[in-house]
Structure formats: C-alpha cells, structure tokens
Design a protein around this ligand. Structure first.
Ligand SMILES: Cc1cc2nc3c(=O)[nH]c(=O)nc-3n(C[C@H](O)[C@H](O)[C@H](O)COP(=O)(O)OP(=O)(O)OC[C@H]3O[C@@H](n4cnc5c(N)ncnc54)[C@H](O)[C@@H]3O)c2cc1C
Length: 414
C-alpha cells in the first residue's frame, strides 16, 4: 500500500456536511496551506443526498439555540452566532445554490434536489484547492511529537492539525458508524454518558390499535411527563401512525427526550392530546357542552375519521351515538383518550432510521471560539460528533455549517 509522505497542514477526517464546510473555510482562509479531506465512503455525501426526503433541508430561516439539545444552550449559541443563516444562504448562493423558504420556515434548494447542495459543496472545496481523498477510511489517529499521524489500510498521512468531522452513528451505511468517537477518546476526550439515536421513529406494541392506521397523521400536542406527572417537554406537530408505531415530526422531535427518560425514569410517560386546542382538564366539560352530537361529528374536520373511530373503540364509546347518552365514566374515558392518550412506547427504530445522534464529545472540552480541543492541541472537532442535536427543520445542518466554519477558519489561522 502506498504511503503519503507529504505532510498535510490540515487533515479533515470525514467529508460530510461539517467536514466539507471546514475544509472549504480552512483553504479559503489560508490558501497556502495543504488541506486534505479524507472520507471512507466510495461515494461522497450519501447523507446529504438522502436528507430532507432527497431535497436537503439546508437550514431554517430562524435558527437559535432553543431548537437544540445537548451540551448547554449558551455553548451552542456561541457557535451558531459565528455563522448564521444569512451567511449560510450567502455561502450557498456564491456556490451557485439558491435556496427557497417554505411555509414552515425550512430552506431548500430551489431545484428541490439534494444533489445541487452536494455539488455546490464539492465545487466550493475544489475552488480553493482542497484535496478530497476517498475512499480513505481512517482507522487510527495518533499524536507523535509535533504531528498527528492518520492511518488506514491505504497508508498513513502526517498532519499538523486535524479536524475531526466523522459525524455520529445515524445511518451507519453512509459511513458514519461512530468510529470518530474512538479517535476522540484516544486523543484524550470523554464522551457523554449516553449516546442515543435522535429524530428516530418510536415503536408501539405489536397489534396496538394505532399500528392499524398506518399512513394516517394528525397535528397533535405530544408531551413527555415524569413519574409525578410534570411535563418534561412537549411539541405541537404532525404525528404519523405507521405499521410499527409512530413517526412524523412530533415523534421525531420528542424521541431523544423519550429515550433519555426511559433510561433515567421508567415511570416517565408519553402522552398525546389529539385535540391540542382543548386542555385535558377541560375535555370532559367540553364533551358535556357538546350535547347530543356524536363523537364522530364533534371531532369532524379535526381528526381523520378512521382515527376518531379507533379512539372511540379504545375508549369503549360508540362513535355515532349522541354524546349525551354516555355515562359519566364513559365520557371521562373518551375525554382521556382524546386529550391525554398514553403511548406505550416499546423502543426506537435505532440508528438505521435515526436522522441524528444525541450525545457525543461535550462542548465543554472545546474552546468554542476555535472548536479546538482543550485536551489535545491542534485537534478541532465539528458537526454531529459533538454533543449537539437539533430538531427537525434544517437545524442539524446549520450546526454542521456553523461548527465547520469555526473549526476550519480557526485551524487555518494559527
Ligand atoms: C435520513 C436523514 C435525513 C436527514 N435530513 C436532514 C435535513 O433535511 N436537514 C438537516 O438539517 N439535517 C438532516 N439530517 C441530519 C444531517 O444529515 C446530519 O446532522 C449532518 O449530516 C451531520 O454532518 P456531519 O458532517 O457532522 O456528519 P456526516 O454527514 O455523518 O458525515 C461524516 C462523514 O465522515 C465519514 N467518516 C466517518 N468515519 C470515518 C472514518 N473512520 N474514516 C473516514 N471517514 C469517515 C463518513 O463517511 C461521512 O461522510 C438527516 C439525516 C439523515 C440520516
């Protein structure tokens, strides 16, 4: 196997969203540097290509730290502020990628094709002379005197600085299998005690009534409650029933909190209010006030009929009989089912179906002005390997762009 004897000034491990951004800004900031990006994948950018349903939700028109979890909000904010949405839009525009805003604030390429975004990034790194080597899977990174040595079955590469941008564990077949966590640890970092899938569909027991409603969705209020009934977090978004359980933005956004709660507090419960404009406490009174109308009519227009029928069956109530005929216990059961429906989650669909990873290298171990490691001089980190995960809506990419910008431009200016 050949060995590369030339030393890289900056070696970027992982040429995904964060790595390509870091590589561009490193070479752009100091064109004299030899910037090399290594990626294990045969085809670059697999994750960008599948993102946003193949359209790549590049960012969101309003990004701040409240759309993220992990580390601390002030720490996340510090990095996000260095490269905001306007800078992201300008960067892509310069690379010939125009973005459009959709109603919910998500930004997509005007072509509706993720390929446009990947091509823009590849043009960007090419325009500033970054060498992208792939497939070059990295197996080990060691520190030898003043240099890092990056090794793989292809040989080795000495580098003065390393930017670790290997991503998390989501979609492992794309090449992001968590190997980077081992490199970070070997170079002195710790990891958060828990690393779990985030933005992941959740499972219900086999034959749960909702699994018979595959494809049906509704805008609901989904909330996670601790053993004392106190709300931990909630989202008002679309919930999608599937053959295995639940998906859709409401499920994905709350999933990382559900996984954390299940580990810490088995009494935590996930509940759905199918009629988010009615407070559960007032649901019984609302049903009384509804008079002679049937449940199906009363809910009409707010929930798909099949879903309403199924919820009535679960509550033990006839969907077409007058509400005023219900006994008090029946009415209360219906009120509970409609507004405080407990979801008996049995697990999650794992990294293969997760969009992102919760947990990783704590931001407290980095100097956030440069994304340089506090424990290993010359090492920078960016992207999903960090303990930061965003909600659905383009936030995870914005974290990749911003942290990649900070890591790349800083690594090139020392
Ligand atoms: C199905 C899906 C849809 C998504 N949709 C969106 C969306 O629309 N909007 C949004 O904001 N976010 C979305 N995300 C999340 C987003 O894709 C990630 O947050 C983002 O890609 C993380 O960027 P990264 O560069 O840190 O990691 P990655 O994109 O995972 O890139 C890491 C790179 O490192 C390489 N690598 C890993 N280990 C090694 C090694 N040992 N040697 C060499 N190379 C290595 C990998 O091959 C990979 O190319 C989606 C994710 C998935 C899975």
């Amino acid at each position: 196997m050949s060995s590369h004897h030339e030393t890289a000034d900056i070696a970027i491990i992982g040429a995904g969203a964060a790595g390509l951004m870091a590589a561009y800004w490193a070479a752009k900031t100091n064109p004299r540097l030899r910037v090399v990006a290594l990626d294990g994948a045969t085809k670059l950018g697999a994750k960008i290509l599948v993102s946003g349903g193949g359209r790549c939700n590049v960012t969101h028109d309003e990004v701040d730290e409240t759309a993220f979890a992990g580390s601390t909000r002030p720490a996340i904010r510090k990095v996000l502020r260095r490269f905001d949405v306007a800078q992201t839009t300008d960067f892509f525009s310069e690379m010939g990628v125009e973005l459009k805003r959709e109603e919910n604030g998500k930004l997509f390429p005007v072509t509706d094709q993720a390929r446009t975004v990947l091509d823009g990034l590849l043009r960007a790194v090419d325009s500033v002379g970054v060498r992208v080597w792939h497939p070059r899977r990295v197996e080990q990174i060691t520190r030898e005197d003043e240099l890092f040595v990056i090794r793989g079955s292809w040989g080795d590469l000495p580098a003065r600085r390393v930017i670790l941008a290997t991503g998390g564990k989501s979609l492992p077949k794309s090449g992001s299998d968590g190997a980077g966590y081992g490199f970070a640890q070997a170079l002195g970092h710790t990891l958060t005690p828990r690393i779990t899938p985030s933005l992941v569909p959740l499972m219900l027991p086999k034959a749960h009534p909702l699994t018979a409603l595959s494809g049906i969705s509704a805008v609901v209020r989904i909330g996670l409650y601790d053993g004392q009934g106190k709300q931990i977090v909630s989202f008002e978004e679309s919930l999608l029933c599937t053959h295995f359980g639940l998906s859709g933005p409401a499920t994905l956004d709350i999933s990382r909190y559900v996984l954390a709660a299940r580990a810490d507090d088995p009494s935590a419960a996930l509940r759905v209010n199918w009629l988010p404009d009615i407070v559960p406490d007032q649901a019984d009174a609302a049903l009384v006030a509804a008079g002679k109308t049937s449940p199906l009519r009363w809910v009409a227009g707010r929930l798909p009929e099949r879903l309403t029928r199924s919820l009535c069956v679960e509550a033990g109530v006839d969907p077409v009989a007058p509400l005023s005929n219900l006994t008090r216990p029946q009415r209360q059961a219906l009120a509970r089912t409609l507004t405080a429906y407990v979801l008996p989650i049995t697990g999650d669909r794992g990294y293969t179906y997760a969009e992102v990873t919760a947990g990783g290298v704590p931001l407290s171990e980095l100097d956030l002005k440069t994304m340089e490691s506090r424990v290993c001089a010359g090492l920078h980190l960016c992207g999903e390997i960090c303990d930061v995960d965003g909600q659905i809506g383009g936030y995870n990419f914005q974290w990749a762009w911003a942290s990649g910008y900070v890591a790349g431009s800083s690594a090139a200016s020392v």
